[in-house]
Structures are given as structure tokens and as C-alpha cells.
Design a protein around this ligand. Structure first.
Ligand code: PEP
Ligand code: MN
Length: 341
């Protein structure tokens, strides 16, 4: 249920509504817009009559939310969410470029890649210390040593750090060194993990499951939001289809669809979508044209020697060319490109 206050509503009118919500054993979520305050009611609202609120002073309208996801919906939160991290704003008209290797392999490779992607225009460094690999015999990541390397990359380059958290037991260690926690596609419906990152109140990038509908994806985001963490961004990384020439199929239409349904920022991962480095450039531009708030790209100084996802990793030079073009086309699509400092 949502309660829309009119332009004349004062703090005491809002307080009166909040008291009523509390009396009904529900929880309020307040969204203060430029002109109006919108109060979302979360809880068992089915049996509550709309009249209970519509009669209160300066309540303009009371509506039932038609979507199964509430906090993630535009109805609850009409303005787009912008997430500020150490002076960089993700969303809100800014386009953010995140880049780095699939996995943290060594201090040398990570630092080298970090410096190169920063120079080219990335503001966020990606790299997994804990890797969700399909085969248990593949490189699983350096774990805690990888996190230490990420700390050094952050200190030396000034880049923000995004890295994956694979399980509930790692949330605490990963959240100490990351600026953004990544929830991988394979974990999109790991509900205990979603609740755990919902409790830490730091930015989370939630990847879309490879077999998940947009509604399931937004409901997964809802788990994080419901636990009190409002800093959620969504990442479309390709879904599994019958097509074999690409690793996954980038669902580019998910961008305008999600933007219409939700206020959360959307990031495109062209690397995991394509699976082959020769398609990453074009898909990156498609992300901006579709209205995504940024991209996350796998970059490796020597892709053929990468310990994971080398085939879809581009070189720092190729990445530099993409950033150069982003600078040119960003104004055409109404974006401001995020830069370090
Ligand atoms: C990754 O970002 O390296 C990764 C494993 O991504 P996904 O969860 O989308 O497969
Ligand atoms: Mn990868």
C-alpha cells in the first residue's frame, strides 16, 4: 500500500500516518520527493481498508501496489535511486565504468590492471577473490589473500572496489575491503545471503540469475531492501537461451523494462553476456544507448594467460578505446561520465 501526501502536508500530518501504520503492526518506508512525500506500507496490508488512511489530514491518495515487489518498485519510490560511494555517484544521470580481471590472480597483475583501467577511465575496479566456478577443479580464487590485494589496489589507485561475496560466512571479511558487494548470478536466489548483505547497509550489485525472469530478479532485490539496505544496483549479465554463438544472450530490453518498473540503478555486464572478447565493445555501447547506468567489463593485461574468463576479457588498450568513445557519446545519451576526482 502507498500513501501519497499532498503538497500542504506538514511533519505532524506525516507523523499521524506513521502512527497509524505502527498501530497496524506494519512498517513505513518514506520517500521524500521534490513536491510530495510518499509513504510505503510494508506488512500484511491485504485486509486493511484504504479508508483508514484516506480520511487523515493532507493525505492525497491511497493506493495498493500492484506489483509483487514493493520497495524496489517505482510506485513506492518514483525518483531514481542514486548511490554515493566515496564521492562517486552511481545512477542519477551518471554513467559508471567498472573494470578489472575476472579473478584476482596475483598482486602484480591486479595492480598493473588497476593502474591501466584507472588511466583509461574506470572508476571502479572489479576482481573476484572468491570465485563461483562451474567446475570444482577450476581456479577458485585467492580468498583472503585476494582481499588483501584488493585493499592495495584501492590504496594505490584510488579506485572503488567491487568484489563477489559467495557465502554468508564471508560477508564480514569481504565488506571490510569492498566498496560494493557483488552477488553473482548463481547466488541471485540464495535468500540467506541476500538477507545477510541486506543487513550490512553497503552498496550491493545484484546480478541477474542466468535463468531468472525480471520479476524474480526484482524480488531478489526486494530481500536486500527489506532487510534495511537501500543501496542496491542491478546487473544484467545475459540470460541462458538456445543461442550458442554467445555464452549468454544479453537481454538489452531488460534495461528499459527495469527502469520503468524500478528506481534502482542498472549496470550491464557485456563480458559475461558475450563470452567472447570481440563482442564486448559493441555491447558496451548498446548498454549506454539502452539507458543503463554503467558497465562492468573484464579486462586483463594478458587475456590468454588469465586464470578465469580469459576468452571474454579484453586488453587494457581495447578497454581504453571503449572509454574514449564513451566520453564522446555520453552527452548524446544524456549521461555524465563518472571520473576519478
Ligand atoms: C563474474 O563477475 O566474474 C561472475 C562470475 O559473474 P556471473 O555471476 O554473472 O557469472
Ligand atoms: Mn568472470
Amino acid at each position: 500500500m502507498i500513501i501519497i501526501m499532498n503538497g500542504q502536508a506538514r511533519a505532524k500530518d506525516v507523523a499521524r500516518v506513521l502512527k497509524e501504520i505502527k498501530n497496524l503492526q506494519c512498517k513505513p518506508h518514506i520517500s521524500k520527493g521534490k513536491e510530495r512525500t510518499i509513504i510505503g506500507v510494508v506488512g500484511d496490508v491485504h485486509s486493511i481498508s484504504l479508508d483508514r488512511f484516506s480520511a487523515l489530514l493532507n493525505v492525497e491518495q491511497v493506493l495498493r501496489v500492484s506489483k509483487p515487489f514493493k520497495l524496489a518498485s517505482r510506485e513506492f519510490h518514483p525518483d531514481p535511486t542514486a548511490i554515493e560511494i566515496r564521492g562517486i555517484t552511481i545512477g542519477g544521470g551518471n554513467f559508471t565504468v567498472m573494470a578489472g580481471p575476472c579473478a584476482i590472480e596475483s598482486k602484480k597483475v591486479a595492480l598493473r590492471t588497476g593502474h591501466l583501467v584507472a588511466k583509461a577511465g574506470a572508476v571502479v575496479f572489479r576482481g573476484g577473490a572468491y570465485k563461483p566456478r562451474t567446475s570444482p577443479y577450476s581456479f577458485q580464487g585467492l580468498g583472503l589473500d585476494g582481499l588483501k590485494i584488493l585493499n592495495e589496489v584501492r590504496r594505490e589507485t584510488g579506485l572503488l572496489i567491487i568484489t563477489e561475496v559467495l557465502g554468508v560466512s564471508e560477508v564480514s571479511a569481504v565488506s571490510k575491503c569492498a566498496d560494493i558487494l557483488q552477488i553473482g548470478a548463481r547466488n541471485m536466489q540464495n535468500f540467506r545471503l541476500l538477507e545477510a548483505v541486506g543487513k550490512v547497509r553497503m552498496p550491493v550489485l545484484l546480478k541477474r540469475g542466468m535463468m531468472s525472469t525480471i520479476e524474480e530478479w526484482l524480488l531478489a532485490a526486494e530481500y536486500i531492501l527489506k532487510c534495511g539496505n537501500p543501496y542496491v544496483m542491478l546487473c544484467e549479465r545475459g540470460i541462458r537461451t538456445f543461442e550458442k554463438y554467445t555464452r549468454n544472450t544479453l537481454d538489452i530490453s531488460a534495461v528499459p523494462v527495469v527502469k520503468r518498473l524500478s528506481h534502482l540503478p542498472v549496470i550491464i555486464d557485456p563480458s559475461h553476456a558475450a563470452g567472447h572478447r570481440e563482442y564486448v565493445e559493441q555491447l558496451s555501447y548498446a548498454a549506454m544507448a539502452a539507458g543503463a547506468d554503467g558497465v562492468i567489463i573484464e579486462v586483463h593485461p594478458e587475456p590468454d594467460k588469465a586464470l578465469s574468463d580469459g576468452e571474454q576479457s579484453i586488453t587494457p588498450d581495447q578497454f581504453g578505446a571503449i572509454c574514449k568513445k564513451f566520453k564522446k557519446i555520453a552527452p548524446v545519451f544524456g549521461f555524465k561520465l563518472n571520473m576519478i576526482r
